[in-house]
Design a protein around this ligand. Structure first.
Ligand code: CTP
Ligand code: MN
Ligand code: MN
Length: 496
């Protein structure tokens, strides 16, 4: 097995390892302490690499102890390495980076310890050892890769019911806590099978752990079932499922004793606004999920309409479908043009054209209030100021490959679908794209990370460095991640 010496409990006094000792001379990076695993590397290569690193100002420890922050190994066999590491009884093991040689070579090339990226981690440690070094899971969704595959649905669905219930009661803290916890579990490449598996995960509090334990034991949660059968929860859930009905209106109707759609629609004193009227009118259609094929068909329709107006238009699919989701509640597009200022009037032209085609069932247009001189805006989670419209379009079955997403044969041959269009100026494109791609939790954590870890402000319009007091330019999403010192996360990995 491994022949590398293991940390003795008491350091020998003769070791020149502490501050002031000769080999600490020229140390540039006090916070980083390397340990090179000899196995596979071999003794002579290990001492060569040790000399190399020390000559570049790195601290390299000869023995593995709790002071080590970065363990580098050329042994890519995760299981034997991990077994050995566990045997070393390091107290801080969950917080130590266990890296392959690529991190070391990158750092030597750069002449500084580079940020740890996923590609530097010893492969397969996580799936092989659930409950292993899971401390590598970040508390920020923007530092996790979350695909649409959720291995922990049974827990995350329960958390979502609790989050929603807190939301209906306007209790913000626990609501956010359950959303964060759910998001962490969604990012796991393994299914949680025991409470021990969650031991080193961030964002899981007492309440969430109790819930996980209950679900592990009984396959369901009493607390969740109680909420699901609660009349108030059920009614608010029903009312807010209507386009144009938010929690405030739903609560108002509930307080007046209304419990069903027919209660609402037959109550003479209730004046529905235009949005709500449309919401009820197309309820069946727009509460049914939009399929990928339907999203593609709508992409063609928007493409055609926009290009008929301006040839140099830029159209991008965003929202859930850009993240690779199979179904969505709507389809989101960014529509803009390189011609400065033209983006302010583009959307009305597009919706006029959709109307001429007879497919515009509803349009709520919000003109641009974007003004660069009023930024940065310190208001948290404020809506963006770009021109946008919330639409309901009529989608013909004949335009959809494989037909419409409907359960029974729909003799109408069409369905109503929700579509969102947003039109930022071209130089704001990357910020708008990042903001509208979501998920909501991913966006929340990007902003939180920027604020707390980088002293920067991020929103759908800008990235602002508070230390340097300057705006940071970006033409692609990659630029924004780079400014934030974050590893790039692909859209399909942002399903936090
Ligand atoms: N968004 C935004 N400003 C708005 C509306 C939406 O920044 N006025 C962002 C949201 O933060 C979200 C993204 O646009 O990240 C997409 O919103 P939405 O369509 O509601 O959600 P999806 O993630 O696309 O999910 P779904 O598939 O259910 O539509
Ligand atoms: Mn969407
Ligand atoms: Mn949307």
């Amino acid at each position: 097995m491994f022949h590398t010496p293991i940390a003795p409990r008491v350091r020998k006094r003769s070791r020149p390892a502490e501050a002031g000792a000769p080999r600490r001379e020229g140390v540039k990076f006090e916070d980083v302490r390397l340990y090179l695993v000899e196995r596979k590397m071999g003794c002579s290569r290990r001492s060569f690499l040790t000399q190399l690193a020390r000559s570049k100002g790195f601290i390299v420890e000869d023995i593995l102890s709790d002071v080590v922050t970065h363990i580098v190994s050329e042994d890519t066999q995760a299981s034997s390495l991990w077994t050995w590491l566990k045997g070393c009884e390091l107290k801080n093991l969950p917080s130590v980076h266990v890296l392959d040689i690529s991190w070391f070579t990158d750092s030597m090339r750069e002449g500084r310890p580079v940020a740890v990226e996923t590609r530097h981690l010893i492969q397969d440690i996580l799936p092989t050892f659930p409950g292993g070094p899971t401390a590598t899971v970040s508390q920020y969704a923007c530092q996790r890769r979350t695909t649409t595959e959720n291995n922990n649905k049974i827990f995350t669905e329960a958390f979502e019911v609790l989050a929603e219930s807190y939301e209906f009661n306007e209790i913000e803290g626990p609501c956010l806590a359950f959303r964060r916890a759910g998001s962490v579990l969604k990012s796991l490449t393994f299914e949680v099978r025991s409470l021990g598996d969650t031991q080193d995960l961030p964002c899981l509090g007492e309440h969430t752990k109790e819930l996980i334990e209950e679900i592990l034991r009984h396959g369901r949660s009493f607390e969740v079932e109680k909420i699901l059968s609660d009349e108030r929860y059920q009614t608010l859930k029903l009312f807010t499922s209507v386009f144009g009905v938010g929690p405030k209106t739903a609560e108002k109707w509930y307080r007046r004793g209304l419990r069903s759609f027919s209660d609402v629609l037959t109550e003479p004193s209730i004046q529905l606004n235009r949005m709500q009227q449309t919401g009820f009118l197309h309820y069946e259609d727009i509460s049914r999920a939009v399929s990928k094929a339907e999203a593609r068909a709508l992409g063609n329709i928007i493409d055609e309409a926009v290009h008929a107006i301006t040839l140099d238009a830029v159209i991008a699919l965003t929202g859930g479908f850009r993240r690779g989701k199979e179904f969505g509640h709507d389809v989101d597009f960014i529509v803009t043009t390189p011609e400065p200022g033209r983006e302010r009037s583009l959307l009305p032209d597009v919706t006029d054209r959709l109307e001429q085609q007879g497919i515009l069932l509803y349009c709520d247009y919000q003109a641009s209030t974007f003004d660069m001189s009023k930024l940065p805006c310190h208001r948290f989670e404020a809506m963006d100021h770009f021109a946008k419209c919330f639409l309901i379009l009529r989608l013909e079955a004949s335009k959809v490959e494989g037909g419409l997403n409907s359960t029974e044969e729909d003799s109408r041959g069409w369905r109503a679908v929700r579509v969102d269009l947003v039109s930022p100026p071209m130089d704001r494109y990357a910020f708008a794209l990042l903001g509208w791609t979501g998920s909501r939790q991913f966006e929340r954590d990007l902003r939180r990370f920027a604020r707390l870890e980088r002293r920067m402000l991020l929103d759908n319009h800008i990235l602002y460095d508070k230390t340097k007091k300057e705006f940071l330019a970006a033409t692609t999403e990659k630029d924004i991640f780079a400014h934030l010192g974050l590893e790039y996360i692909e859209p399909w990995q942002r399903n936090a």
